[in-house]
Design a protein around this ligand. Structure first.
Ligand code: C5P
Length: 229
C-alpha cells in the first residue's frame, strides 16, 4: 500500500502558490519543494557564466556546467528546503529581477526540463510532498493525490511581486514588474514542452479576493477529505 501523499500546486508567477504551498506542507509536516527554484538556480548558473547575454542560450555549454556543478537542496533546522549551488545557499541570489527576467527562457529548453525532472523525482522519492510549479500536476506527478491550480489576476500578482522586490530593488517600477510577469506567463503558457496548463483533475482557486489564510483553510478542508477516503 502506498504510504506517501503527493499534493501539487501549479499556477502563474506570484499567484501566491509558494506561500500557500509552504503553509500546507507545514500543516501536514510534508516536505515542501519549490520547483521554480531549480529553474532559477540553473538561470543563476547561466548568468554567472555570461550565457544569458546572447539571443540563443548555448545549451551544450549550460548542460556541461550542470554536469560540473551541483544544484541540490539542503534541509535546514526549520525543515525548509534551501536551494544550494555547490553547497552554497543561493536562495536570495535566485530571486533578483535579472534571474526572473530570464528564467522562462531557460525553462523552455527541453534538455533543461529533463534535467529538472530527474531532480524533482529524486528529491521526492519515498516522501509525502507538496510541490509547486507550472507542470507539476500535468507532467511531473500526473497521478498526484490532490492537485490545485492557484490563480490571480495580472494586476494583483504584479502588485504582490512589486511589494516583495521593492525592499531590495528601490528603483523597480510596478510597470516593469507587470511587463516581466506578462512576458513570463506568455512564454510559460505557449512553450512546446510542459506548458503551464490547468491540470484537468485539479481544483482551481483564484486568490484575488481571499487572504492567504482563507485559501489555505479551504485547501486543508479539501485535502483532509481526500486523506480520509
Ligand atoms: O515559481 P517561479 O516564479 O519561481 O518560477 C520561475 C520560472 O520557472 C517560471 O516562470 C517558469 O518559467 C519556470 N518553471 C517551470 N516549471 C516549473 C516551475 C517553474 O517552467 N515547474
Amino acid at each position: 500500500m502506498k504510504n506517501t501523499f503527493v499534493i501539487t500546486i501549479d499556477g502563474p508567477s506570484s499567484s501566491g502558490k509558494s506561500t500557500i504551498a509552504k503553509l500546507v506542507a507545514a500543516h501536514y509536516k510534508y516536505t515542501y519543494i519549490d520547483s521554480g527554484s531549480i529553474y532559477r538556480a540553473i538561470t543563476f548558473l547561466a548568468n554567472e557564466n555570461k550565457l544569458l547575454n546572447s539571443k540563443e542560450i548555448n545549451v551544450n555549454f549550460l548542460i556541461n556546467l550542470l554536469e560540473n556543478n551541483s544544484i541540490s537542496f539542503f534541509n535546514n533546522s526549520k525543515n525548509q528546503n534551501i536551494i544550494t549551488l555547490n553547497d552554497v545557499d543561493i536562495e536570495d541570489e535566485i530571486r533578483t529581477s535579472i534571474i526572473s527576467n530570464h528564467v522562462s527562457r531557460v525553462a523552455q529548453i527541453d534538455r533543461i526540463r529533463n534535467y529538472v525532472f530527474e531532480i524533482q523525482k529524486k528529491i521526492s522519492k519515498d516522501k509525502s510532498i507538496v510541490m509547486d510549479g507550472r507542470d507539476i500536476g500535468s507532467v511531473v506527478f500526473p497521478d498526484a493525490d490532490v492537485k490545485f491550480y492557484i490563480d490571480a489576476s495580472l494586476k494583483v500578482r504584479a502588485k504582490r511581486r512589486w511589494n516583495d522586490l521593492i525592499v531590495n530593488e528601490k528603483n523597480i517600477s510596478l510597470n516593469d514588474v507587470t511587463n516581466d510577469l506578462f512576458n513570463r506567463d506568455k512564454i510559460d503558457v505557449n512553450r512546446k514542452i510542459s506548458p503551464l496548463v490547468v491540470p484537468h483533475d485539479s481544483i482551481k482557486i483564484n486568490t484575488d479576493n481571499f487572504t492567504i489564510d482563507q485559501v489555505v483553510h479551504k485547501m486543508i478542508k479539501l485535502i483532509d477529505k481526500k486523506i480520509k477516503k
